[in-house]
Design a protein around this ligand. Structure first.
Ligand code: FCB
Length: 452
């Protein structure tokens, strides 16, 4: 089947000013960990701790995007993106976490933003995509309330500098993953296993977002600038006939722990028993957290089917593997209906004014092939995954969901956290030994799609 024949969904069916982009994150692509005054983040320390990352990989070099950003922006231009979501490394801007500003760090993002704008690509900047400066972790990290105030200060500095040019501001990426995988399961940096710290981190990440929002609004001077946050969601369906109550609790834990405080100003009542012994809520916190958002960023990848508890005090659920479904190389069930349901739920139950799909995509076992002297990566499953999720998005838009943009995870293959470089999510292949970039078939398809 040729690429053209696979065009089952057309761009013209989407709203005219839709933002079509890709997403990345600083630690996953930049490398250059000691360049221009950057200090170590929790991910530098964690990835250099034996046994934490598959194959002993680290983000030391990654895609060397810090030095190759111009080439990468040129690739985005070639594909035809009109927007790009990237994240900023706190350790480059404030190597001590707070205090003295590192001008070289600010200059890097300033050059990146200028390069994007010159290519007609709107910058969407995420201020925190998990790479907390290690110096702040040494003082308790997100379990320490002070970190929320330091974040607001950092957000103020960055937005004063880039606020005249950045289109979209995302305070925090998936605070749930930072809090739960970082402080409870220990699978992510800083690798701690404490419910108390995880719940404190949850609240302080929300507070950090709330404290930063008014500063971003003040400093973002483009008339069309907008500010929000990105959460992770999965579709939680009962894994067997007896899992109704369990499913409700898992849905609250996975999908509403951050959403409800942000939109409704309250933590989900289903979780009071686990949260209340640890929640450090102070007067006014919930009002600060639930101030209006311009948009909500949605990261969606898969469905889970809970069947029973593994460890109730630590909120671990056993999920059933759906043998009849397709799965990605992550073992994640391909379930586009879940994206449609989620967008409708956010629209109807939460009345979110605007939604961006800030991440969606898939890892597959890509192989680089040479054909008649040209390099190819044939990735029909990813192409299919994207088309199905585009269609799910379109259906939600047609039924009133206010979706304004879609960012594929990811532009480039990159450092996939605890999985290292083994898992490839890019629509552009990265040959790590040479740092050569090859646009995969999915990227070529996206490019055709964008030009129809
Ligand atoms: C999300 C993360 C992103 C990437 C994708 C696969 O949870 O935000 O950095 O790792 O998953």
């Amino acid at each position: 089947m040729t690429l053209e024949n696979k065009l089952e969904v057309v761009k013209s069916a989407f709203p005219p000013n839709f933002y079509w982009g890709t997403a990345t994150a600083s630690y996953q692509i930049e490398g250059a960990i000691s360049q221009d005054g950057r200090s170590p983040s929790i991910w530098d320390v964690f990835s250099h701790t034996p046994g934490k990352i598959d194959n002993g990989d680290s983000g030391d070099i990654a895609c060397d995007h810090y030095n190759r950003y111009k080439d990468d922006v040129a690739i985005m231009g070639k594909i035809g993106l009109n927007s790009y979501r990237f994240s900023i490394s706190w350790s480059r801007i404030l190597p001590a976490g707070t205090g003295e500003v590192n001008q070289a760090g600010l200059d890097f993002y300033s050059r990146l933003v200028d390069e994007l704008l010159a290519a007609g690509i709107e910058p969407y900047a995420t201020l925190f995509h998990w790479d907390l400066p290690q110096v702040l972790e040494d003082k308790g990290g997100w379990a320490n309330r002070e970190t929320a105030y330091h974040f607001a200060h950092y957000a103020d500095i960055v937005s004063r500098h880039l606020g005249d040019r950045v289109k979209g501001w995302i305070t925090i990426n998936e605070p749930g993953v930072a809090a739960i995988l970082g402080y409870l399961s220990g699978e992510h940096a800083p690798g701690l296993k404490s419910m108390n710290k995880a719940v404190r981190a949850t609240h302080h990440l929300l507070l950090a977002h709330g404290l930063a929002m008014p500063l971003l609004r003040q400093n973002a001077t483009r008339p069309e600038a907008e500010c929000g946050i990105t959460l992770s969601f999965n579709s939680v369906d009962p894994g067997n006939d007896n899992a109704g109550e369990l499913t409700r609790i898992k849905d609250a834990w996975d999908n509403r722990l951050f959403l409800d405080p942000l939109i409704k100003g309250v933590y989900p009542p289903e979780l009071y028993a686990v949260l209340n012994p640890h929640l450090p809520v102070e007067p006014d916190d919930m009002a600060i957290i639930s101030a209006p958002l311009d948009f909500l960023g949605v990261n969606y990848y898969f469905r889970t089917l809970p069947v029973e508890w593994i460890d109730q005090p630590n909120m671990e659920f056993l999920n059933r593997h759906n043998d009849t479904a397709q799965h990605t190389a992550m073992g994640w069930e391909v379930y586009p209906e879940g994206l449609y349901n989620l967008l409708m739920r956010l629209h109807k139950d939460y009345q979110v004014p605007k939604l961006y799909i800030t991440e969606n995509g898939a890892a597959y076992e890509d192989k680089l092939e040479e054909e008649a002297g040209e390099a190819f990566v044939h990735d029909p499953e990813r192409l299919d995954y994207l088309q199905q999720h585009f269609l799910a998005t379109l259906k939600a838009i047609q039924q009133g969901a206010p979706v304004a943009g879609y960012f594929i995870w990811s532009l480039l293959d990159n450092f996939e956290w605890a999985y290292g470089y083994e898992k490839r999510f890019g629509i552009v292949y990265v040959d790590y030994p040479t740092q050569r970039r090859i646009i995969k078939d999915s990227g070529r398809w996206y490019s055709n799609f964008l030009r129809t």
